[in-house]
Write a protein that binds this ligand. Structure first.
Ligand code: PLP
Length: 388
């Protein structure tokens, strides 16, 4: 199949980024035209992986910097990401954590995980724990059960999420036994990673049905990849097939700036074009949120086509998915509630207990009536420094 040159190039790529493909996933590749096959492109190394570009980064999302304890990323106020495994049944060529793939020094042992659980226990603001990796379902059933039991024993953890590509690359991993373990720890969500409608096979559908029948809400995260799924019709078909399988399309990711991914990147305009072709055209339930994970650790930033055309003090002008331009008449009178955070007196009151909800964070500070901030200025701003 390969020329001598192709062989040498592939071997060179493998020295930097290892290869693993499940026989199942391999069997789905179209042998007639494998070089353009979207499944081949996701699983088989390309020599382009070792062509670095100027803006490529080892850890673009600064996951290692936002790590208060090993194997954890704590980026958002109320949730943490735990890297409980560092291996996968298949090494996706577009992996954002390519830097870690196959690194045997970074397998978390029980002691390391216990430290991470201590961190969660000590931080009452953490309501949501995401298990990621690698693929958490690479771990043995009993170990998964132990991890989930430990996390569930922390009273302030409300939900647990598992991110896994097993339903895509090894659906047979979703066994009755595994599902019985997962459903003991509700509310538990599973997010998976289908990128192309052809990945939703009979076996994948079966695995998804087993999870859904166990009451596990299912979501999907797709990465936008050049040559694989950078087409509105493909993404639309994928979203239809996902919802038919009770999987809610959750995120469509712009490809990260990790090293070795340059050949997979599309312009942001491609993602916006895709979303333009989804919103209004298909069930809202089937439309994912298109996000760019900000380099440097800023987190996921949603990006959308513009629907707000213009507005005045009493009217908003909007356009819909068909190009119809319409108006929304604002209410003639609206009694603004100047919020003093006096929740006990408020007729909208929720009886919110706890004071952590009181502080405004980020841009929300600028909208808050109680926060004195009128401007957010980046640290080390030279203009402000000159004022002193
Ligand atoms: C994506 C991500 C999460 C979860 O984000 P949601 O928008 O809540 O799904 C949490 N932590 C980190 C570090 C992440 O990258």
């Amino acid at each position: 199949m390969f020329t001598a040159k192709e062989r040498t190039e592939t071997e060179k790529t493998l020295e930097k980024f290892p290869l693993s493909i499940t026989p199942y996933y391999l069997s789905l590749i179209n042998r007639e035209d494998y070089k353009n096959d979207p499944l081949f492109l996701q699983s088989f190394p390309s020599p382009k992986e070792i062509e670095m570009e100027k803006h490529d980064m080892v850890d673009p999302l600064a996951e290692d910097k936002d790590s208060p304890t090993p194997f954890m990323t704590h980026r958002y106020p109320d949730r943490v990401l735990l890297h409980v495994s560092n291996t996968c049944s298949m090494y996706c060529r577009h992996c954002t954590r390519k830097r870690k793939v196959g690194d045997t020094d970074s397998i978390p042992n029980k002691a390391a995980l216990l430290k991470a659980f201590d961190y969660i226990r000590a931080h009452k603001e953490i309501r949501d724990v995401l298990l990621s990796g690698g693929d958490p379902l690479m771990l043995p059933d009993e170990y998964i059960d132990w991890i989930l039991t430990e996390i569930r024993s922390i009273p302030h953890v409300e939900i647990i999420r598992v991110g896994t590509r097993m339903p895509v690359v090894l659906p047979f991993r979703i066994t009755k036994e595994l599902v019985a373990i997962l459903k003991k720890h509700h509310p538990l969500y599973v997010n998976t990673h289908f990128n192309h409608p052809r990945e939703i096979t009979v076996s994948a559908s079966k695995a998804l049905a087993m999870l859904a029948n166990a009451g596990i809400p299912l979501g999907n995260q797709t990465v936008l990849l050049a040559g694989v799924n950078d087409c509105p019709r493909i993404i639309k078909k994928l979203c239809y097939k996902l919802t038919q399988n009770r999987v809610r399309p959750y995120y469509l990711y712009q490809c990260d700036l990790s090293e070795g991914l340059s050949h997979f990147r599309t312009p942001v305009g491609k993602g916006i074009e895709i979303i333009e072709n989804l919103i209004g055209h298909i069930s809202g339930l089937a439309v994912p949120t298109y996000v760019i994970d900000a380099p440097g650790g800023g987190g996921k930033i949603p990006v959308m086509p513009n629907y707000l055309v213009t507005w005045s003090t009493n009217k908003v002008v909007l356009r819909n998915f068909e190009g119809v331009i319409t108006t929304y008449q604002e209410p003639a009178s609206y009694e603004a509630k100047f919020c003093e955070r006096n929740c006990a007196e408020c007729n909208l009151q929720l009886n919110l207990e706890g004071s952590s909800e009181m502080a405004s964070i980020g841009i929300g500070k600028l909208l808050s009536d109680v926060d004195k901030a009128i401007v957010l200025v980046p640290e080390n701003n030279r203009r402000i420094a000159r004022r002193k």
